[in-house]
Design a protein around this ligand. Structure first.
Ligand code: NI
Length: 218
């Protein structure tokens, strides 16, 4: 589980917030799975050129982010969704579909678009075996988390919560292997920063490359 961002510079974020706020929205249950449909009560932006522009900006910023690349190693992303929760709306406990648009969903992400001061409630709560973590980020920040988890969005009790959500099929299917490669990325960078292209650096980057070759699901 990883917080990334802020992804957009303040001027771009403000422009995306403004565009998103004026879009037409429909019932969010259109994209819920068979069992999630009963607990989902939100809205999602209807198709339009302006929506495509919003989603393209978010997607481009995410793809360009080195931390996202290192943590997710994306092979493909589903089409993003702009969701809206108004007062009283919520998304109860559910697990995301394993397959979406022909992609295996390895990782889920939520890009918080609304300033947290503008709404109450609306935290994303992710449950693992030990605890439930409530996540409410600054506008422009992203939480990346395993799609294997049960999670929910707490009811919004005032204001409006806008967020962009999407799913990643990773080149590395196994979460443990993804974590090893993520750690190696950090180690390779630190080794280079400390000593340049040393023999340790060469050995470490060779190991990273060869593990990637061993595990990649290309
Ligand atoms: Ni979900």
């Amino acid at each position: 589980m990883l917080v990334i961002g802020p992804l957009l510079v303040p001027a771009d974020l403000a422009a995306v917030q403004e565009m998103a706020a004026s879009l037409p929205f429909g019932d969010g249950r259109a994209t819920a799975g068979r069992h999630a449909v009963g607990v989902k009560a939100n809205d999602q932006a209807l198709p339009s050129a302006q929506l495509d522009a919003v989603l393209a900006k978010v997607e481009a910023a995410l793809i360009a982010n080195p931390l996202f690349q290192s943590a997710a190693r994306p092979k493909a992303l589903t089409k993003l969704i702009l969701s809206r929760y108004r007062t009283g709306q919520t998304y109860g406990l559910h697990v995301d579909n394993a397959l979406m648009q022909g992609l295996r969903t390895d990782l889920s992400f939520t890009f918080f678009l609304s300033d947290p001061d503008t709404y109450d409630g609306g935290a994303l709560v992710i449950e693992d075996h030990f605890e439930a973590r409530a996540i409410k980020l600054a506008a422009g920040e992203v939480i990346l988390y395993p799609s294997t988890t049960l999670h929910r969005v707490e009811p919004v009790t005032s204001g409006t919560r806008l967020a962009v959500v999407g799913w990643v099929q990773s080149l590395i299917r196994d979460q443990g292997q993804r974590e090893i490669l993520f750690d190696l990325d950090q180690a390779v960078e630190a080794c280079f920063a400390a000593g340049g292209k040393s023999s340790q650096f060469d050995r470490l980057s060779k190991t990273r490359s060869n593990l990637l070759r061993m595990w990649v699901d290309a």
